[in-house]
Ligand binder design. Structure first.
Ligand code: ADP
Ligand code: MG
Length: 609
């Protein structure tokens, strides 16, 4: 509990304890009113103060205002006990709600227990413990078993298993050794490793994830905006309704105080706090629960859109097919296979494309950085690089025309990467593109979730694309697309079934990620562009996570809708009953706080993923 919450609790307790004491005292009339004013002000003083303050700021109709008018009115009618009770219940509700909010914030922070507190950096040959922000790129840090990797980097020595469950939702630890990358926030399970830090703490995966989760609440969904607009119209309407109830009927039937009492009850019931608090809390819980599964959602509007998604568009390489391939050099013309692989790996050294990574890992050896001159990556085609002083081209057929040469056909299955110097074809490498084990399953479960259309976009050749799509049960294939062609394709698809989600690995598809109704980046650990461009980030590279994300969004939306319908239905019912004089102030406030408590408890369910 915070100090504010404790104070509120004490005020509620003191006011409640005073009530029986007042009954014992033998006072009546105006003296009784004065005595009841004491607990009333103790428990409700801040409400009156806030109501005045808000009126001064031009915000007339809020819940503090409703409560103040209702209770002061009750006092005026001589219903002192009711007035105090309403304030007590109202404040109990406020306390409960503030506890719920701080609980869910705290548990998100706990769930995301990935922030490293310290880093052991090696300076002048000795180990120094500093905060991760103080480590500079290029420095070496040592991580012992049981500790968190403080910053992103490459393992220099040692081998261990890293637990990335808190980052990716993947519970199987990954084995890493020298040369592998280590992601910040992962827990070192078994061995001591030395890591060369590759970027500052602000650039690290862990800092980016935390930033995203902490800022997720800012992008409001339609439902949240609806609630804000709703209460802006609703409260004045209720006040006018109450006024009419107090004035109009007694003009005909008399009994002024009776109708005034009903009007006050009407005011108490109409307080929209259940909605105002429970809807954002449900979204907040949904985002929190998702992040625990390695699904980072940048705002509640994306939960709403993802829940309704009709078209899912996948990028092929790195998304549906694996990032790691087997590489074979075929048909070396005038050069050896080893040489072919060597210059290809050298040219791809700086590319993060899955094809590049697999060529580099097939090569396996070390490449002197001095051999690499200027490098230019032609997005969707390949790379052009100066290696050992000569310009080489490594990429698809289209790239070969930039090299003023022609690609030789190859009849092997797989993606063919051609290698050429300017005007001279050297040979090619076949990268066999293996489908991820759970891709087919993911596509099938999208269908069973009611997604109308699944599409695969790729810059790769048509025959390969069609083979992969056939294997996976994808409805529509669009192949041989350049990155801007992918944007056009998505725009075209958006004219059919919307909303549309695009799922990519974030490498050269940032424009499409931005253009789609929801852009989802997959396997984004360490990829900055993807984390920035996407609306939703799936931390590991399993397509099945997408269906988890859709299910989770729908569940959150169900909870939101339940709360909206439930709260409005109960309110309308009690409003009607109170207008007819069938419920008293007690029932009214009980209904009001009760609905709020139930709605908040329901909202907390969204958190349990
Ligand atoms: P996808 O749409 O399947 O993800 P991309 O648009 O990223 O594919 O790339 C399309 C094609 O361009 C690849 O199939 C490959 O032939 C070629 N290509 C792209 N980048 C590279 C690279 N770094 N090295 C070699 N070839 C590449
Ligand atoms: Mg791609």
């Amino acid at each position: 509990m915070t100090r504010k919450q404790k104070k509120l609790l004490i005020r509620i307790a003191v006011a409640t304890a005073l009530i029986p004491a007042i009954f014992v005292l033998p006072v009546e009339g105006a003296a009784g009113a004065l005595l009841f004013a004491l607990p009333y002000l103790i428990v409700g003083g801040t409400v009156l103060r806030d109501a005045c303050r808000n009126i001064a700021h031009g915000q007339m109709f809020d819940e503090q205002f409703l409560m103040s008018v209702a209770t002061l009115g009750a006092f005026a009618l001589g219903d002192y006990l009711e007035a105090v009770a309403v304030m007590v219940f109202y404040q109990v509700g406020e306390l409960f709600q503030s506890l719920a909010v701080s609980r869910s914030r705290r548990s998100i922070a706990e769930l995301m227990d990935i922030r490293p507190d310290t880093a052991r950096v090696i300076r002048d040959g000795a180990e120094t413990v500093v905060s991760p922000e103080q480590v500079r790129p290029g420095e070496t840090v040592v991580v012992y078993p049981g500790e968190k990797v403080p910053l992103d980097g490459v393992i220099l020595s040692g081998a261990t298993a890293l637990d990335t469950a808190a980052l990716t939702g993947e519970s199987i630890p990954t084995e890493v050794s020298a040369g592998d990358t280590a992601v910040s926030g992962a827990i070192n399970l078994s061995g001591t490793v030395h890591i060369r830090v590759s970027g500052t703490y602000e650039q690290s995966t862990v800092a980016k994830i935390l930033y995203m989760v902490e800022n997720a609440a800012e992008k409001k969904s339609k439902s949240e905006n609806f609630i804000t607009r709703f209460s802006r119209v609703y409260t004045p309407c209720v006040v006018i309704g109450a006024l009419m109830l107090a004035v109009l009927p007694p003009l005909f039937v008399g009994r002024w105080s009776d109708w005034l009492n009903r009007a006050l009850i009407f005011l108490v019931v109409s307080c929209p706090c259940a909605l105002v608090i429970s809807v954002p809390l449900s979204f907040f819980g949904g985002i929190g629960g998702a992040s625990r599964k390695g699904i980072l959602i940048k705002g509640s509007e994306y939960i709403e859109t993802l829940g309704k998604v009709q078209t899912v568009v996948f990028d092929k390489t790195g998304t549906l097919t694996h990032g790691t391939f087997t590489v074979t050099a075929v048909h070396p013309e005038q050069v050896s296979k080893a040489y072919l692989l060597d210059i290809a790996a050298a040219a791809e050294q700086q590319s993060s494309h899955p094809i590049a990574r697999s060529i580099i890992s097939a090569h396996g050896g070390h490449i002197e950085s001095g051999r690499i001159g200027s490098v230019h990556e032609h997005s969707g085609m390949g790379v052009e690089a100066v290696i050992d002083g000569r310009t080489v081209f490594v990429g698809n057929e289209r790239l070969m025309s930039l090299a003023d040469t022609e690609a030789r056909p190859c009849h092997r299955h797989g993606t063919v990467i051609h290698i050429a110097e300017r005007g001279r074809y050297l040979g090619h490498i076949v990268v066999s593109d293996t489908v991820k084990p759970d891709s087919a399953n993911a596509v099938a479960s999208l269908k069973s979730l009611g997604v109308k259309r699944t599409v695969m976009l790729t810059g790769d050749r048509r025959d390969i694309a069609e083979r992969v799509a056939g294997e996976l049960g994808i409805d529509t294939v669009m192949a041989q697309l350049m990155p801007d062609g992918k944007v056009e394709a998505v725009e075209h698809l958006m004219s059919e079934f919307r909303p549309l989600a695009f799922v990519g690995d974030g490498i050269n598809d940032a424009p499409v990620l931005t253009r789609a109704d929801v852009g989802i980046a997959m396997g984004a650990m360490g990829s900055d562009a993807a984390i920035e461009a996407a609306d939703i980030v799936l931390m590991d590279d399993k397509p099945a996570r997408l269906t988890d994300a859709i299910r989770l969004s729908r569940r959150t939306m169900r909870i939101v809708h339940q709360n909206i319908v439930f709260a409005i239905a109960v309110k309308l019912g009690v409003l009607l009953l109170s207008a007819c004089g069938l419920v008293g102030m007690w029932i009214a406030i009980f209904a009001d706080v009760g609905v709020m408590v139930l709605a908040v408890l329901n909202a907390m369910r969204a958190m349990k993923a």
